[in-house]
Design a protein around this ligand. Structure first.
Ligand code: AHR
Length: 501
């Protein structure tokens, strides 16, 4: 195998990583909330009913902005149902997932959960623009954020929350381009309601940060035209446009699956081009940033049948994908794609946080454990803070059915404030180790602090309830740094974190 190479130079950077790039997502879906983060009868539950074993893992994961309450769920959400005395809260049908919502966990509990996670966590609240509109959005905002002295803010205080929630980041609906969405809209219809909602929310607080719905995926028929139409209406009123993307292995085509980030990077670049096109058309100096607020590996093709068979149960097991080493390598590559575009992707949410296509799994009344995907996320959130260096790889390539010719090496590098550098790299070859050489120009780096690898003799190995620690990163040997050159060998099908000081 020939050597893959790139050069790092602090003079050539992409942008500063926004901590919100390491966001996640809690939806009222399956067991994400109930028996995931919230299980009052669990032996580790605190006085608020939150599982402290899960809280510990969320902290270790390093999740920042946590989007809530959906997802498709939000398009039927009545926020009033989710506040006030628990015994008075109504049970409702959730059309999105054919389940029954008890509302035992609601807005106040979500804010309490974030506080327990700690200062790294930040709310990212979605408003319902499916079955509802401008009035309900501003009422929710007033209830949540107004200090006191109005019916809605005093209602919050009477409910036991004296301090306003201080929610700055808001999503204007969810996936409104998708025909599956309750209250699905055309781009023109959504552009209008998003603009009017944004205008009203800014009348309450001009500093709110607003995310307009982009496409649910780059494969949508309306992709790009949707963004252009919505932004034409909302350009001056919103800060972000959203992107959602999920990847899975189709028909055993692992080579294509391993190159999923090729699609993710082109999606990001196409949305940036569309935003800037509208900006140019409007002669605006403002730049719209990207909120990649749903991304993950998800075996979605198995989901439809699961959901349509449901008869309105409460918190059933849904979307509980169990991730392999291969999934974690693709997942790491998706993280690399986000970091490589940190100049414009300034919010991103791993969908989701617990049990539902999640890095953290739980058993009701039982343990919580880390999926394989937990490790790349935790490492990227921990070491991927600072300035992203421009990485242009010269790599051996391979052919894929879905994504054409792809580099075997996918990589990025982040320079922290203290001058240390972390290289994140994936070897997409299923069979061969990949020699890597990195020229370090003007970086004053002398030591390899760590080369951590996630790979396995069995690429399908997983962590499960009965074997929760089967997969974990290990340390690679033979990685050197001398004469301003880093040399390493990347194991076949591996995620690598190489820290330099
Ligand atoms: O994350 C699961 C679902 O995927 C979300 O509810 C929806 O927004 C998307 O289609």
């Amino acid at each position: 195998m020939s050597t893959a190479r790139f050069t790092l130079d602090p003079a050539f950077t992409v942008g500063t990583v926004d901590p919100r790039l390491f966001g996640s997502f809690v939806e009222h879906l399956g067991r994400c909330v109930y028996t995931g983060i919230f299980e009052p009868d669990h032996p580790t539950a605190d006085e608020a009913g939150l599982r402290t074993d899960v809280l510990d893992l969320v902290r270790e994961l390093g999740a920042t902005a946590i989007r809530y309450p959906g997802g498709n769920f939000v398009s039927g959400y009545k926020w009033e149902d989710s506040v006030g005395p628990v015994e008075d809260r109504p049970r409702r049908l959730d059309l999105a997932w054919r389940t029954t919502e008890s509302n035992r966990f609601g807005l106040s509990e979500y804010i309490a959960f974030l506080k327990k996670v700690g200062p790294q966590a930040e709310p990212m609240m979605a408003v319902n623009l499916g079955t509802r509109g401008v009035a309900e959005a501003i009422e929710l905002q007033e209830y949540a954020n107004h200090p006191a002295g109005t019916e809605l803010s005093d209602r919050r205080i009477a409910h036991g929350d004296k301090d306003p929630f201080g929610i700055r980041l808001w999503c204007l609906g969810n996936e409104m381009d998708g025909p599956w969405q309750t209250g699905h809209k055309t781009a023109e219809e959504y552009g209008r309601i998003a603009a009017e909602t944004a205008r009203a929310m800014r009348q309450i607080d001009k500093d709110v940060e607003l995310v307009a719905c982009g496409s649910s995926g780059q494969a949508m028929d309306t992709f790009a035209e949707w963004e252009a139409t919505v932004l034409q209406e909302t350009y001056d009123l919103v800060d972000y446009v959203s992107l959602h993307a999920y990847y899975e292995e189709h028909d055993g085509d692992r080579d294509s699956f391993l190159a999923s980030a090729v699609d993710m990077e082109s999606f990001i670049e196409n949305v940036v081009a569309t935003c800037d096109h509208v900006g140019a058309r409007l002669k605006s100096k403002k730049k719209i940033n990207l909120s990649f607020d749903e991304w993950n590996v998800w075996y979605m093709s198995r989901t439809d049948a699961q959901v349509s068979a449901l008869d309105w149960p409460e918190a059933p097991r849904l979307l509980e994908d169990v991730y392999s080493v291969t999934d974690a390598v693709v997942f790491g590559s998706l993280l690399i794609a986000l970091l490589r575009h940190a100049d414009r992707v300034t919010v991103a949410c791993l969908a989701q946080l617990v049990n539902v296509i999640a890095p953290i799994m739980t058993e009701p009344g039982g343990p919580a454990w880390r999926q394989t995907t937990f490790f790349p996320f935790a490492q990227a959130s921990r070491y991927g803070r600072g300035e992203v260096l421009d990485v242009r790889v010269d790599s051996p390539t391979y052919d894929t059915q879905r994504h054409g010719t792809a580099d075997l090496l996918h990589a990025t590098a982040v320079r922290a404030d203290d001058g240390t550098v972390t290289v994140f790299a994936v070897n997409r070859s299923q069979t061969q180790a990949l020699p890597l050489e990195v020229a370090l120009n003007g970086l004053e780096l002398t030591t390899v602090t760590e080369h951590s690898v996630l790979s396995d003799q069995d690429p399908d190995a997983k962590n499960t309830l009965t074997d929760p620690n089967r997969v974990a990163p290990h340390t690679a040997t033979g990685t050197t740094l001398s004469d301003a050159t880093l040399k390493a060998t990347l194991e076949p099908l591996s995620w690598n974190v190489i820290r330099l000081a």
